[in-house]
Design a protein. Structure first.
Length: 264
């Protein structure tokens, strides 16, 4: 059975997210599990702060922690070392474009193999965006586009929902791509589950947007997502060349999207 997956709206490793991570650690069945923390989305001047944050957080939950993407040469090789035998993998938040650049094919393949072997995977903010079947590709000074993600959750994660105007952008995307479920995730709140069956865990709520419909799920609610979702022909092209129609410049400018993400 594939491992459980958590997509978190943001603010990982801070007070209030412990129920999410305890749920994931319990899945490992290990008395003292090892957590691999991937800082692939982190800008260089934030790496040491994120390491300190993680080292203060995980031991309180009884876990050991190892890191990848902490700077230096051969990031891919050192990431594969960190992913050799973890009991839980956490992809932290930061800049989505950095994450996509650093998640090379060997690392992606290893992540998918770990999930297939039952290892829980968690992504926060930019990390959550990467884990979906689709992801919003955000890069500085470029129009955001919808691209293929890792495919571990049948939807597109919309983190920090309700902050920085990102919920407005999510609604625009949902109207533009009505066949794609957009998963609005508030900070310190996650969808946790597998194979289309999830639970809202954490301090806030999750909102599922699809086309012109929107439904909010409070913490503790069950959420079912269609894993066999039939997509429109233009979205099927994502599987062939990794790209779909861009969000139009008048709807949501590249500069505005980049500016909001850079504040997170």
């Amino acid at each position: 059975m594939s491992g459980i997956v958590a997509i978190l709206g943001g603010q990982e490793h801070l007070p209030g997210v412990e129920p999410i991570d305890r749920r994931l650690l319990a899945e490992s069945g290990m008395r003292r599990p090892t957590v691999a923390v991937l800082l692939a989305a982190t800008v260089p001047n934030r790496i040491q702060a994120k390491i300190a944050e993680s080292l203060a957080y995980w031991p309180r939950l009884g876990a050991r922690v190892r890191f990848a993407y902490t700077g230096g040469p051969d990031e891919t090789g050192r990431a594969l070392d960190a992913l050799a035998d973890p009991d839980l993998v956490v992809i932290t938040g930061g800049r989505p474009w950095l994450l996509q650049r650093r998640l090379t094919a060997p690392v992606v393949e290893r992540l998918l193999c770990l999930s297939d072997d039952g290892v829980p995977l968690s992504g926060s903010s930019a990390g959550a965006m990467a884990l979906g079947r689709w992801r919003v590709d955000i890069r500085p000074n470029r129009v955001p586009r919808l691209r293929a993600g890792l495919g571990l959750v049948p939807g597109a994660a919309a983190p920090h929902y309700g902050r920085h105007g990102l919920h407005h952008a999510s609604r625009v995307f949902a109207h533009r791509h009505p066949d794609v479920p957009f998963l609005g995730l508030q900070d310190r709140t996650a969808l946790v589950g597998r194979a289309g069956s999830y639970e809202v865990v954490g301090a806030g709520s999750a909102t599922v947007l699809r086309g012109g419909t929107m439904r909010r799920y409070p913490s503790g609610a069950a959420v079912t997502l269609d894993t066999g979702l039939r997509v429109a022909p233009e979205l099927a092209a994502i599987d062939r060349d990794g790209i779909c129609t861009a969000l139009s410049q008048p709807d949501w400018t590249a500069a505005a999207m980049t500016s909001t993400i850079s504040q997170l």
